[in-house]
Design a protein around this ligand. Structure first.
Ligand code: NOJ
Length: 549
């Protein structure tokens, strides 16, 4: 029998609270500068996010991760923090953040902040002090080394943004490490003082009701103590590494990072929320590209990260074999208490509609159906719910420091950070008609929230209905993942005893055998409710959730 869809007339918000907001719910990444501008300066802000909570509640998400909200000179758009205990004036005030956290909580939505522990801004008072001399109190808060015998950098480590990772500070004659921009000096996580300062930063935010952190560059904060050279990249390395000359073996993912993660987990566990007893969660930007490097970030499943972003999955093609193999590897390798996480878009990698789906909405829907039905927490990126594509932009006018350095438009991360198109009116419902948004819109008429909200067959309604089905169905949250037989190009899996998912990631029609029941939700909404007797036929790039029975 077909499970009745949870009662939800179009205007009713999702109000049921899942048993665990972060395991059973759906999380959503908000790029604050681009979500909603409440004061008409062309820059999104915290009040704007609060004013759009209705959308998030209606969609059914249970938590939001805000990209950096702390004061910053914005050399890397907030990932260069000048004060860890305050709010960036472009985005609002501490009162605005408190009000957002409280208003979100009333709607069953938790707020995660972005923590940047790998590096600070060069304008942070710690670094200003460190530059004042070799004996400065905060000198050892950063990573310093003498020049190599030829006067060059101390070793061969390279910046993730190109060039050497070392910058010579001529007045003191030593190099400091900066694995991103030279204005983002790396902190020295071998220094107990750094660890204590961050314990305090975590506690400060947890006490304000922040429900956790997405932790930037989580895998790389601890570096090899001896600063050994990284080895060359080889043809066997992941394709995302092959543009580099050296592989980050000593400059990242050192075993000692796990000591820090266990320490932070203790801090989080000791900070249960006064209101509901929940403990804050730690979500790592664990940018490693081998499964056996990713899984250890969960520790035992109870003592390190709650969620470790899976960049193998992010960087897979929208391809049945590639994705299935990654998911099977996670299922086989994760400790029983650990919980997977899957995402298709973010502010660095780009939007799934372009990356995976080549701006083909059928493919984007198939990808969203996968994300919202796997065993693990889905993270959506703002705009995913309307299959928003990247906005093509050149490198000459880029605000992204990477594209400015390389001059290569394919490096321009602005393309996936453009303002949320709420309507097709001037200003897009993001800002006023008179304001110039900090980044341009794409085609407002082609993609906007208002138009899709009016169309029950839209991607927006598909995403909302998939979230509601997931949240209302234990099989789709906690149920086991089991791969099912599927023809080439397709991927099929069972969730728990009650549901199966079949997706055709190819240009040819396929038939998935062995399914009986009825379609609960299909990417072609006209097929919802269709009986399934022994086999499900799927057109190119079509997918369906089937209630078995
Ligand atoms: C990863 C962040 O996601 C990215 O946007 C940033 O540029 C680097 N870390 C440096 O913080």
């Amino acid at each position: 029998m077909l499970l009745p869809m949870p009662e939800q007339p179009d205007e009713a918000p999702n109000t049921d609270v899942p048993a665990s907001w972060w395991r059973d719910g759906v999380l959503y990444q908000v790029y604050p500068r681009s979500f909603a501008d409440s004061d008409g300066d062309g820059i999104g802000d915290l009040v704007g996010i609060r004013e759009r909570l209705d959308h998030l509640q209606w969609l059914g998400v249970t938590g939001i991760w805000l990209n950096p909200t702390m004061p910053s000179p914005n050399d890397d758009w907030g990932y260069d923090v000048a004060d860890y205990l305050a709010v960036h004036p472009d985005l609002g005030t501490m009162d605005d953040l408190d009000a957002l956290i409280a208003a979100a909580r009333e709607r069953g939505i938790r707020v995660l902040l972005d923590l940047v522990p790998n590096h600070t801004s060069d304008r942070h008072p710690w670094f200003v002090d460190a530059l004042s001399g070799r004996d400065a109190p905060d000198r050892d808060v950063y990573v310093w080394a003498p020049p190599a015998p030829d006067g060059g950098p101390p070793n061969n480590w390279i910046s993730n943004f190109g060039g050497s990772a070392w910058t010579l500070h001529e007045p003191t004659g030593e190099y400091y490490l900066a694995q991103f921009l030279p204005t983002q000096p790396d902190l020295n996580w071998w220094n107990e003082e750094v660890r204590q300062r961050f314990d305090d930063i975590l506690r400060f935010w947890f006490r304000r009701g922040v429900a956790g952190f997405r932790i930037d560059v989580c895998h790389a904060i601890v570096k090899d103590r001896e600063l050994r050279d990284d080895p060359p990249v080889t043809p066997d390395d992941h394709r995302e590494l092959r543009h580099r000359s050296v592989k980050p073996v000593y400059s990242a993912n050192r075993p000692e990072v796990h000591d820090v993660l266990r320490r932070w987990r203790d801090v989080a566990d000791a900070c249960a929320d006064d209101a509901d007893g929940d403990t804050p969660i730690l979500v790592g930007e664990t940018y490693v590209l081998e499964l056996d490097e990713l899984l250890p970030f969960y520790g035992t499943g109870r003592d390190e990260l709650h969620l470790a972003f899976n960049f193998l999955f992010v960087h897979a093609d929208l391809d049945a074999d590639q994705m299935r193999e990654i998911v099977e590897g996670v299922e086989a390798g994760l400790p029983p208490d650990a919980w997977p996480v899957y995402t298709g878009s973010n502010h660095d990698a780009g939007r799934l509609t372009t990356r995976w789906a080549q701006d083909d909405e059928r493919r984007a829907r198939a990808a969203l159906l996968i994300l919202l039905t796997l065993r693990g927490t889905p993270f959506l990126y703002y705009g995913d719910e309307i299959a928003l594509p990247n906005v093509p932009l050149d490198a000459e006018t880029a605000l992204d420091p990477v594209a400015r350095r390389t001059g290569d438009p394919s490096d321009n991360r602005d393309v996936c950070r453009t303002p949320m198109p709420w309507t097709d009116a001037p200003g897009g419902g993001f800002t006023t008609a008179e304001a110039t948004p900090w980044l341009p819109f794409g085609d407002l008429a082609a993609h906007n929230v208002a138009a899709q909200r009016d169309d029950p067959a839209s991607t927006l309604h598909l995403v909302r209905d998939l979230i509601a089905l997931r949240r209302g169905t234990t099989d789709l949250t906690a149920g086991a993942y089991v791969t099912l037989d599927a023809p080439a190009g397709a991927w099929a899996y069972r969730r728990g005893d009650g549901f199966a998912v079949a997706v055709n990631l190819s240009d040819a029609p396929v038939t998935v055998e062995g399914l009986d029941g009825a379609v609960a939700i299909a990417t072609d909404r006209a097929r919802d409710g269709e009986p399934v007797a022994g086999a499900l036929e799927l057109g190119p790039w079509e997918g369906a959730v089937v209630e078995l029975g």
